[in-house]
Design a protein around this ligand. Sequence first.
Ligand SMILES: Cc1ncc(COP(=O)(O)O)c(C=O)c1O
Length: 452
Amino acid sequence: MAAVNTITDDYRRLHPGSQQLYEEALRTFPSGVTHDIRYTSPFPIFIDRAAGSRKWDVDANEYIDYVMGHGALFLGHAHPEITQAVIEQAPKGTHYGANHRLELEWGQRVRALVPSAEEVRFTSSGTEATLMAVRLARAYTGRDKLLKFDHHFHGWQDYVVGTRAAESDSPRSAGVPASTLGNTISIPQNNISLVDEVLAKGEFAAVILEPTGASWGTAPVRGDFLADLREVTSRHKTVLIFDEVVTGFRVSAGGAQARYGVTPDLTTLAKILAGGLPGGAVAGKADILAMLEFRDDPVWNAGLRVAHPGTFNANPLSAAAGSTMLSIVAAGNHHQHADQLNERLVNDLNAVLEQTGMPGRAYGLASYFHILLGKDCPQVGDGIEWPALAPAPPRMPAVLTAGLKRGMLNHGVDLMGGNGGFTSGVHSDEDISRTIDAFRATLRAMKAEGLT
Ligand SMILES: Cc1ncc(COP(=O)(O)O)c(C=O)c1O
C-alpha cells in the first residue's frame, strides 16, 4: 500500500517560495519570525498581497483570511475608504511634531462610541495602552499592586506578562525583574469572592481583564462577572480596567462595555481603533486621565504627574485610517453582517464535527470564533456557554493545533493562532462555504494521518 501523503508533505509541496524565504529569514530574525504567533513548524507562509477577506502568498496560493491583521481589520484588507484616507494624508505629511485636526476627530469618535471614554490619550500599540493604564491607576490610587486573571493577555510589557506566584499557570516571560512580578497577582477568572478577598487588603491600584474572557474569549467570563467586578472594585476604590484591544469596536460599536452595560474606569484600545495601522489608546474617567495634565505647579509637573511622550502617538496616518474606520463601524451594519457570518460559521463547523465524529467543538461571540479538537475538549451539544465556568482556557493538544493550522492552509484558509479567527464586514457567505469544505477536507486528512 502506498504511504499516505501527510499534511506536512502537502504543505511543503504547496509552499516552496515560503520555505525558501523562511530559510533566508532564519539568518535575520530569531526563529525567522517577527511576532511569536507567526512561529510555526515546518515554516510559516509569506504573504505577498491582500484584499477584502482574501490574501495571496508568494507561491500564488489564495487564502480566506481569518487572522484579519490579528483582529485589527474589521473591514478587511485594503478597504477602499481607509486606503483612500491614507493615500490622501501621506503626501500632506506623516508626522507634524504638533497637534493636528485628524487626531482631534479620531479622539472625538472614540469618545462618541466608547461609554467610559470621557477623555482619551493615544499610544502607538495595545501594549503601550495597557502599560499607560496601569501606570495611571497606580498614580491615581497611590497603590502599587495589580490584579489580573490567569490567561488574560494584555500585551508584552513587564507589568502584565507574569506573576511571582508559582501557583499561577499563566504563560510567563523571562527578563522581568522579580520585584515587578511581585506586584502583579493573577487569579482564576469568574471567582468574584476571591477578587473581593484579594482587594480587601486595600493594596491594589487596579484590576485588569479582557471583558469577554481569557485569550479573546477562549474561556468566556460568566455573564454577571463584569457587573460583580464593577461593584467590588468601586467598593475597594480600585480602578477597573477593561482591556478592549480585541473587543473594542468589535463585539459592538462601543465594545464589550456597551454590549454588557458595564462601564469601567479605564479602557485600553488598539487594533480596530487604528484602522489597520499602528495605534492604541487609553480612554476613561476624566479625573484619572487628569494625571497626565500639566498644571500651573512646577512640583506637580516635575514628578507628580504621569509623563507620556511617544514619537508616533496619534500620527496623522494612523489618525486618518483610524478615524475613517470608526466613522464606518459606528453605523453598526458591519457588525450585524460579521456577527451573522460568524454564527453561521460556528454552527456549520459544529455540524461537520458531528457528521465526521471528530471530538471537539466550535464556539464564539460576535465576530470571533474558536475551534477546539480532541476528546478532552468540550463537545458539540454541551451548549454555547460551555467553558464559562472553566478557570483556564481548555487545552487543545499541540499536534492537533498544528495539523489544523497546516491542513487549513493547504485548503486555502488561514486561521488565527491555528484554531480560531475573526470574521469581518467584508467576509461573504461564499467564504464561509469554502471554509467549511476546507475544514471537512482537513479533518479527513488529519484522520488519514492518524492525528485524531
Ligand atoms: C487583549 C489584548 N491586549 C493587549 C494586546 C497588545 O496589543 P499590541 O499587540 O498592539 O501591543 C493584545 C494583542 O493582541 C490583546 O489581544
